[in-house]
Design a protein around this ligand. Structure first.
Ligand code: ZN
Ligand code: ZN
Ligand code: ZN
Length: 274
């Protein structure tokens, strides 16, 4: 229920405020009853003063639950949203306050709503983290694809096409995955492990070669080993395999596109160049 106040009464309220609440400390102590009164007597300017005070530093973990309830009762949506954010952000401290305990007994549905908001926020954060981790894996695969092309086309350090003069380890390489791939290729050509499909490292190499082939647009001119072989093999693949690889390729391309117009190698060149 709201009551209207005459302009004379409003002036009186202001005079009172000026008399009693000119110190910030006073405002701190009386801002909640003042907010309730400003709503009850429909004094928007006073309500604004109170909500501004609370929104700009007047909230504490001790008063936030009371303010949240008051803000909802007094139709102050922005203040109530700020309170809600504070509860979610600092739930551990807020839920150990006296205000929380009182609210828990008096307003079970609010308690439940707040706990649900915290759970929701946590799972949003987990999901974001999971997506970031996933993106990192696809970016690493993209780096490996770039390094593989670079090694097979130009050669780097100790490996490369036989028509290229290799410069050993003196060259600074701008492909972040190049060193790791060099080790993997060396292992692949010398591995003596006799297990079906090869050892774990060899399997990795097979996967990288196949992924390259799946992403390669010019198998007829491509210098990556087995590129055409995999293109041929693809013709007999099962629907399930096709879907699996298509999904992988699309994720790697999406991770690459999220980098913007420059590839990883171009980026590291840009970073290395003063
Ligand atoms: Zn390299
Ligand atoms: Zn091996
Ligand atoms: Zn190729």
């Amino acid at each position: 229920m709201q009551m209207s106040m005459s302009s004379q009464s409003v002036n009186h309220v202001y005079q009172l405020i000026q008399m009693f609440f000119y110190e910030e400390e006073d405002m701190k102590n009386f801002v909640l009853p003042l907010l309730a009164l400003s709503h009850l007597y429909s004094v928007p300017s006073l309500k604004r003063v109170c909500t501004h005070f609370l929104e700009r530093g007047g909230l504490t973990k001790e008063n936030v639950i009371d303010v949240l309830q008051l803000a909802r009762n007094c139709d102050a949506p922005r203040l109530s949203l700020i309170c809600l954010r504070m509860v979610v952000k600092d739930f551990k401290s807020v839920s150990s306050t006296e205000g929380w305990k009182v609210m828990k007994h008096a307003n079970r549905s609010l308690e439940q709503e707040l706990v649900e908001s915290v759970i929701e926020e946590d799972s949003r954060k987990d999901e974001k983290l999971r997506k970031l981790e996933e993106k990192k894996v696809y970016l690493q695969l993209y780096e490996a694809m770039e390094a593989l092309l670079h090694i097979c086309k130009d050669g780097c350090r100790t490996i490369g096409p036989c028509d290229k003069a290799l410069k050993g380890s003196q060259v600074a390489c701008n492909f972040p995955a190049c060193k790791g791939l060099e080790t993997l290729v060396r292992h692949f050509s010398n591995c003596k492990t006799r297990v079906p499909g090869g050892c774990i490292h060899c399997k990795r190499m097979w996967q990288l070669l196949e992924l390259h082939s799946r992403m390669c647009d010019e198998p007829d001119f491509c210098k990556v080993p087995l590129c055409r072989h995999f293109k041929e093999k693809m013709k007999q693949q099962t629907k399930k395999d096709e879907a699996k690889w298509r999904l992988l390729v699309s994720k790697v391309i999406a991770a690459k596109n999220s980098l913007g117009p420059f590839s990883l190698a171009q980026r590291s060149i840009a970073i290395a160049t003063p």
